[in-house]
Design a protein around this ligand. Structure first.
Ligand SMILES: [Zn+2]
Length: 251
């Protein structure tokens, strides 16, 4: 089984004590590719440093909706030229925490969508309690390549997202007892999803509440395999292929 971790924050402080060890362990456990995601100026710099240090780590750069008020578009544009930057993200709207005002979040999202279009990179979307506004903005701007990271919508939204040709990505929340995502996992076509941990957050059951790491991807893969009645190997393979295509990583 070869595994693609499509969304992690390994530069975050939670990994300061054992980052290199964890990344080595990922190698030993068939995690062959990792997308590390920067969310503001500091983490974008750290993400690119990690991508330079490790062959298997690639970078996504963007301002998270929490940090929308600090958006520095020319900084992202500059950093996106780096050969290991493969996506703009995570960008989006977060109406759950509203750490930046809504209108500022929307403006930052639109500016970054336009940049992604201009430089021809796919987009990683963060959508928390903002399904309708995000969907509308992506449609208005005719976005072609997007993934709904940590998909949290219902089957109706999933259907609409899939119709547009966009991808769904699943985290450990699909393993939680109160998860409402089982039907979405069941309906998503095999060529339209991938897996991610969003480490250090969202550790899957039975590790819930602990620090997450890409090493826990297998719990997410097993859950999808269980729901879809397909082998875990095959699920890992689908996810690997879909993500390689999405991030344009020829292997
Ligand atoms: Zn994230």
């Amino acid at each position: 089984m070869k595994i693609f971790e499509t969304h992690a924050h390994l530069d975050f402080g939670q990994f300061d004590k054992d980052r290199d060890k964890i990344i080595q362990k990922c190698r030993d456990n068939s995690i062959e590719l990792i997308i590390n995601v920067g969310v503001d100026k500091k983490t974008i710099k750290a993400t690119i440093n990690l991508a330079e240090k490790y062959e298997e780590i690639f970078a996504a750069v963007g301002y998270h909706p929490h940090d929308a008020k600090d958006l520095d578009l020319s900084f992202i544009k500059e950093k996106a030229k780096h050969p290991k930057v493969v996506a703009i993200g995570e960008i989006g709207l977060d109406y759950y925490r509203n750490l930046s005002p809504k209108d500022i979040q929307k403006k930052a999202l639109i500016k970054q969508i336009k940049l992604a279009e201009e430089i021809n990179l796919p987009i990683i979307i963060h959508d928390r309690n903002a399904h309708e506004d995000i969907f509308q903005i992506l449609c208005e701007h005719k976005v072609k390549n997007a993934v709904f990271h940590c998909f949290s919508g219902d089957e109706i939204l999933a259907e609409k997202v899939l119709e547009k040709g966009w991808f769904l990505s699943f985290t450990g929340i699909i393993t939680y007892k109160n998860s409402h995502l089982e039907n979405v996992v069941r309906m998503v076509p095999n060529d339209k999803f991938f897996v991610e941990t969003d480490s250090p957050y969202l550790a899957p059951h039975p590790k819930r509440g602990k620090r997450n790491s890409p090493l826990n991807l297998r719990y997410i893969i097993e859950k999808i395999a269980d729901i879809k009645r397909i082998s875990p190997n095959q699920i890992a393979e689908y996810s690997f292929q879909n993500a390689s295509q999405f991030f344009n990583l020829e292997l």
